[in-house]
Each structure stands twice: as C-alpha cells, then as structure tokens.
Design a protein around this ligand. Structure first.
Ligand code: TMP
Length: 203
C-alpha cells in the first residue's frame, strides 16, 4: 500500500506521516517512511537545489522538471522496490505537491504537470491525506523552525492561501483517493482521524 501526506508548509503533515508509520509498525507492519523532494540519494541531492536559495531562483517550468526528476529517482530506487517487497510506503509529499505548488499556486501549469506525470511517473498513491491548516498558523510554525529550507515559506502568506485552496480543490477533485483532514487540532486527535480513515479503507 502506498500512502501519502500533503499540505501547506507547516501544516503538521511530517509529524502525522511519522505517527502513522510508528502506529503501523507497532501493529507489526513493515513500513518505509520516506519524503519528497528526496527519499533516495539522488533525489536528496536534487532537493538541495529546490528548497534553499532565492524564491525566484527557478522558473516554474524548471522547477517542475527538477521535482519530476527527483520523483522519478525516488520511485525507481525507493518506492517501487518497497511496494514490490510487500512493504507499506508512507511518503511525506508526492505528485499532488507538484500539481498544487507548480501547477496551480505558483503558475497555471497543471497541463504540463499532468503530461509529465503521465509520461514518467504514472503512479498514484492508494490513499492521500491532505492536512488542512489556516496558513497564518502554519506559516508561523514553518518559519519558526528556521530549517534553512525556507524557499517556499519565503513566498509569503498570499502564496500559502493559494496553496491551501489548491489542496482543498484537489481533495474535491479526487474524493476517493484524497481525504481532507482538519489539522488545526492536537496532533494525537489528527492522528486518530487518519488511523480511522485508513482502517475504513482497509476494511
Ligand atoms: P517539505 O518542506 O515538505 O520537506 O517540502 C519542501 C518544499 O518543496 C515545500 O515548501 C513544498 C515544495 N514542493 C513543491 O513545491 N513541489 C513538489 O512537488 C514537492 C514534492 C515539494
């Protein structure tokens, strides 16, 4: 099973991905917890080019190519081998991030994102959790971390508002696969909802 977490910067999705992986492991399941951009040595190299530096360092088109190159390597080296071995893959971000960040919020390039995805990725998660959060709270949390990976946070509050709208639209577009989770609550309450949604799908 291939599960992904999505949301705006600082939404708490990385915490939720980790909590779900821990819960599944405690139940005796074999889980690979991974992330994008990154998740394989080559894709982690590409990540460095994408998450730091000037906000206008790349054009949206170049960014789509870099994220897609990183995703292809992640898919080949990490995701597909793990799924073939019967493991559960939990990824902190995947293709929906490109659909929303580069395809809708940063530029109107969803057509290009979709064509490239069909050509070189061609794989959707079985289930995706979008952690929905008000951008002001999420941005404060994201920037407070001062991770040195703040290129997208530095694009500002209006950008994060467009991202939130994009993720909500995506959940409406693919209701079977994408579940919208209210992330503006204690982490354990959010985690409980996610576990319940997954249990319903597994049943
Ligand atoms: P992270 O903070 O969740 O590790 O993600 C790094 C940044 O990269 C985040 O601001 C979202 C952005 N991103 C895109 O713009 N497009 C993508 O396809 C992915 C995977 C991430």
């Amino acid at each position: 099973m291939f599960l992904t977490f999505e949301g705006i910067d600082g939404s708490g999705k990385s915490t939720q991905a980790r909590l779900l992986a821990e819960t599944l492991r405690a139940e005796g399941r074999d889980v690979v917890l991974t992330r994008e951009p990154g998740g394989s040595p080559g894709a982690e190299e590409i990540r460095k080019l994408l998450v730091s530096g000037d906000p206008d360092r790349w054009s949206p088109e170049t960014e789509i190519l870099l994220f897609t190159a990183a995703r292809r390597d992640h898919l080949e080296k990490t995701i597909l081998p793990a799924l073939a071995a019967g493991r559960i893959v939990v990824s902190d971000r995947f293709a929906d991030s490109t659909r929303v960040y580069q395809g809708a919020a940063l530029a109107d390039l969803r057509g290009l994102v979709d064509r490239l995805h069909a050509e070189v990725i061609g794989r959707e998660p079985d289930l995706t959790f979008v952690i929905d959060m008000p951008p002001d709270k999420a941005l404060a949390r994201g920037l407070a971390r001062r991770s040195g990976e703040d290129r997208f946070e530095d694009m500002g509050g209006a950008f994060q508002e467009r991202l939130r709208a994009g993720f909500r639209a995506l959940a409406a577009e693919a209701p079977g696969r994408v579940r919208l989770i209210d992330g503006d609550r204690a982490a354990d309450a959010v985690a409980e909802d996610i576990r319940a949604a997954l249990a319903a799908v597994l049943a």
